[in-house]
Design a protein. Structure first.
Length: 178
């Protein structure tokens, strides 16, 4: 585990870059399509973390995180690789009150003074936040995607609004009340 003191690294304007095995991120593994060590072992996360202090005196971390993660497509229920490419802009804050005062251009990274944290925890938190609520292949790439396409032009069919009938009833009822 790569333990760091982020405020010290920000003061020194240090850059950390490397590669982590996805298998070293246990909270992330819980959200993946498998926990099979052999399969998870094939996945790596590349990261670049630039620690520094911005022109306003805010210590922070900028950088990138890139990987692919095995997820289950909720359309076809088959495994898929979900590509992740993140640009980070985190402000190091010592309290929740300080986090609330940040500009919207930053996401807070709450770190107690002199607390050491791991690079893995920073990367893992960002990957967990990047996971889709519902993972799906693109329709054209989905094994069952053809069922969702119009055959003439290859686009998704327009679905009828299930509440359209209620709108018609409401309109007809309001004209009767007049």
């Amino acid at each position: 585990m790569n333990v760091i003191e982020p405020f010290e690294l920000a003061t020194q304007r240090r850059t950390l870059e490397g590669r982590l095995p996805v298998s070293s991120l246990p909270r992330l593994i819980q959200s993946l399509s498998t926990d099979d060590v052999e399969i998870i072992g094939r996945y790596q996360v590349d990261y670049v973390l630039n620690f520094g202090v911005d022109e306003g005196g805010v210590p922070g971390v900028t950088g990138t995180v890139q990987t692919a993660l095995p997820l289950i497509c909720q359309r076809c229920m088959e495994e898929m690789e979900f590509p992740v490419s993140l640009n980070l802009k985190l402000a190091l804050v010592k309290s929740r009150q300080a986090a609330q005062q940040l500009s919207e251009s930053y996401d807070p990274l709450l770190v107690a003074p002199d607390e050491e944290i791991s690079v893995e925890s920073i990367v893992e938190d960002e990957l967990i936040l990047a996971l889709p609520q519902v993972a799906m292949h693109e329709i054209k790439d989905c094994p069952k995607g053809e069922a969702f396409l119009n055959t003439e032009d290859g686009t998704a069919p327009q679905r009828e609004n299930p509440f359209a009938m209620l709108a018609q009833l409401k309109t007809s009822q309001s004209t009767q009340d007049d």
